[in-house]
Ligand binder design. Structure first.
Ligand code: G6P
Length: 348
């Protein structure tokens, strides 16, 4: 069952392996209720602004959604749930609240406050009968099944799948590319596991590292950095690669680890940033989807082939999760039960 280890040494590994089925079930499940999904899409289409409200990993999934729509000219404001007081919403706005558990107190309070100001609320949660879906006007669900590991894995990948679908419907894109969502995640897992172990073991000896990306690679970098902090207790920061020269590069010296997260969209700029890091003798790694970044043989690069650029975030999720997993393992840590963290945070 979903709540027993079934021979796996950890729930995290088991759940990463369940992520492609979870993405498939999520997309199929949403499409099976096109009436409800259509209502949510219509409400967001008509909205003056969409506020995307979430915490932690769910916020990173929300950033992917926000970027995709902002590129089309839509006004989308990502709001970290605990910071909701900084944004005033009204009746012309739609709030999309994203939460795996549906019980995160910060997200619940934020959505209630926006709802009280008259905003229409759409939720995306992974459980049935949770508080957030109860208080929302339209409750959509990912279908990842129960997630036991404290650090989100398959629920994140499922949120990304759901949000690709929803944003594609809003943009009016053909949905055919999503037929490859499942195979993209599963082949990414098989292709990356060996390299991810090598990178995870390498960085496990370090105290600090950077994750640098561009475009949708930025939220993916943020998620990679969060994952390795959560379970391996390694200090990690994510930055837009182009921004790294405005401060962060000051820390880079011989063997400082830098992981580039490459969605294949901005290869030339990223390669320049990579060379800047190499000229400071950084230890550079690359996780790529779509097209290679490799500048020389010194660089360990995980290269995931994809048939459509929009699949890049799905392809990048497994290697980033696996790097954190192997770093934790190498440090002798139990990835399922990180200290100080809870699966569901019901306090402010
Ligand atoms: C906790 C968990 C994180 C999670 C966050 C948001 O901090 O440790 O893994 O991303 O809550 O949870 P939610 O259930 O709202 O997605």
């Amino acid at each position: 069952s979903a709540t027993s280890l079934q021979g796996y040494e950890s729930f995290m590994m088991k759940e990463i392996r369940e992520s492609w089925g979870a993405v498939r079930d999520t997309i199929v499940g949403l499409m099976n209720d096109m009436e409800k999904l259509g209502k949510a899409v219509k409400a967001m289409d008509k909205a003056r602004r969409i506020l995307v409200v979430a915490a932690g990993t769910s916020y990173h999934a929300g950033l992917i959604f926000a970027s995709r729509l902002m590129r089309t000219g839509k006004t989308v404001i990502p709001v970290i749930a605990s910071e909701y007081e900084n944004v005033k919403a009204g009746g012309e706005d739609v709030v999309l609240v994203i939460s795996q558990s549906g019980e995160t107190m910060d997200s619940l309070l934020a959505m209630k406050s926006f709802k009280n100001s008259g905003s229409f609320v759409v939720s995306l949660t992974n459980t049935l009968g949770n508080s957030i879906s109860y208080y929302s006007d339209i409750a959509l669900h990912t279908r990842a099944g129960p997630e036991i590991g404290v650090a989100a894995t398959k629920t994140f990948t499922s949120q990304v799948g759901a949000l690709l679908l929803i944003s594609s419907l809003m943009i009016g894109e053909n949905l055919d590319y999503l037929k490859e969502a499942e195979s993209t995640v599963s082949s990414s897992f098989s292709k990356s596991i060996g390299y991810a172990e090598k990178i995870g073991v390498d960085v496990s000896k370090k105290q600090s590292l950077y994750y640098l990306g561009k475009g949708l690679g930025v939220p993916m970098a943020m998620e990679g950095a969060l994952k390795i902090k959560e379970i391996a207790y390694i200090h990690a920061e994510a930055y837009p690669a182009g921004e790294s020269k405005h401060g962060p590069i000051a820390l880079v010296e011989k063997d400082f680890p830098v992981i580039f997260v490459n969605t294949g969209e901005h290869v030339d700029e990223l390669r320049n940033n990579l060379k800047e890091m190499q000229s400071r003798k950084a230890r550079v790694y690359v996780v790529s989807a779509g097209s290679e970044l490799r500048s020389d043989q010194e660089v360990t690069e995980i290269m995931i082939d994809i048939n459509d650029a929009r699949l890049a975030p799905l392809a990048l999720a497994p290697p980033l999760q696996l790097i954190a997993y192997y770093a934790a393992k190498e440090r002798g840590l139990n990835p399922d039960r990180p200290r100080n963290l809870a699966k569901t945070v019901t306090v402010r």
